[in-house]
Design a protein around this ligand. Structure first.
Ligand SMILES: [Zn+2]
Length: 278
C-alpha cells in the first residue's frame, strides 16, 4: 500500500490509521479526522476498520471499531452523533441531548445528510465510501459542520445549504468559515452516464466546463470535489479558506473503502469532528 498525498496527512496511533488536514489542524478549538481501513477488528470485505452498521457486518465488531477509533483519534466515544444519510439535503443542528444517536441508540430522523453544532463535547459523525465529505469550521463563532455530498447531494447543493444553516442558526459569516473537501472518488475515477452528467451540466452558474469532461460514447468524467468547491464559493466562502484533499478513494482502495472499487462489497469510512471542551 503506497500512500502519496501532498496535502492530507496519514497518521498512525496505536496501529489505527486516520487522515487529517493541516488547514483544520491549525484550529485549536476542534479535533477532526477521516477514518481509513486500518486498525479495526472486522474481517473479509469489511477489513478492518468498518464504521458502518448498515453494510451487513457484525454490529459488535462495528461498535468495537468505534471504540478503537475514538481512542486512537482522540474522540470521546460517548459524545458521538451520527447522521442518517439518504442523499438528500436536510441539515440537522445537534446538541449534547443527541449524543449516542446512530451509535448506541437508534436514529430518530430518517434523512440527515449534514450535522451542525456549536456545543463542545458533541462529536459529529458522517459516512462515506467514495462520496464527498465536507468539513466546515468557523473559528470566530466556534461552530462546526459535516456534510455528505454524493452526486445527488452535490447537485442539490448540500454544501451551500449547510453554510446557510450555519449563517441562519448561529450567525456565522461565510468569509470566516474554513472548509475541507475531503477524500472522495476523484475525477480520475468518477465516470458517469449522460443522465448524471446532465445534472451537473445544468449547474451553469458554476461553469461546468471546469468539472466535467466528455469521454465519448455517452460517458463523462465528473469532478465532485471541484463542483463542491465552486458551490462553497457561491455560498460566500473565500478561496483561500477552502482546501481540496488530493486523495481519491478508488485509487487508494487498499487504504480506504471505495464503493466503486469494491462493487459495493465494503465497509464504511467516517468523518469525525468535535469542538474541544475548554
Ligand atoms: Zn482515482
Amino acid at each position: 500500500m503506497i500512500y502519496n498525498s501532498k496535502n492530507t496527512d496519514l497518521k498512525f496511533v496505536d496501529g489505527v490509521g486516520f487522515l487529517q488536514f493541516p488547514i483544520l489542524g491549525r484550529l485549536d478549538f476542534i479535533n477532526h479526522a477521516f477514518s481509513t481501513r486500518v486498525g479495526g477488528v472486522s474481517d473479509g470485505a469489511y477489513k478492518s476498520m468498518n464504521l458502518n452498521f448498515k453494510r451487513g457486518d457484525d454490529p459488535e465488531k462495528v461498535m468495537e471499531n468505534y471504540r478503537i477509533f475514538c481512542k486512537a483519534a482522540g474522540f470521546d466515544f460517548d459524545s458521538l452523533v451520527s447522521s442518517s444519510q439518504d442523499h438528500n439535503t436536510f441539515v440537522r443542528c445537534v446538541t449534547k441531548a443527541d449524543r449516542g444517536i446512530g451509535i448506541t441508540r437508534p436514529h430518530d430522523i430518517e434523512s440527515v445528510d449534514a450535522l451542525v453544532t456549536n456545543e463542545p463535547g458533541v462529536t459529529l459523525v458522517t459516512h462515506y465510501a467514495d462520496c464527498t465529505p465536507i468539513f466546515l469550521a468557523d473559528p470566530e463563532k466556534k461552530v462546526i459542520a459535516l456534510a455528505h455530498a454524493g452526486w445527488r447531494g452535490t447537485v442539490s447543493k448540500i454544501g451551500e445549504i449547510t453554510v446557510e444553516k450555519m449563517v441562519s442558526e448561529y450567525g456565522c459569516d461565510p468569509t470566516d468559515i474554513i472548509a475541507v473537501i475531503g477524500p472522495a472518488i476523484g475525477q480520475c475515477c468518477y465516470e458517469v452516464d449522460t443522465p448524471v452528467y446532465e445534472e451537473f451540466a445544468c449547474l451553469t452558474e458554476l461553469k461546468p466546463a471546469y468539472f466535467t469532461q466528455m469521454l465519448g460514447h455517452g460517458k463523462y468524467l465528473v469532478d465532485l470535489k471541484e463542483t463542491n468547491r465552486r458551490m462553497l464559493l457561491e455560498a460566500g466562502l473565500l478561496s483561500i479558506n477552502i482546501m481540496i484533499s488530493d486523495v481519491c478513494t478508488k485509487c487508494n482502495s487498499g487504504l480506504l473503502y471505495s464503493h466503486r472499487a469494491s462493487g459495493g462489497q465494503r465497509g464504511g469510512l467516517v468523518a469525525m469532528m468535535c469542538i474541544n471542551n475548554e
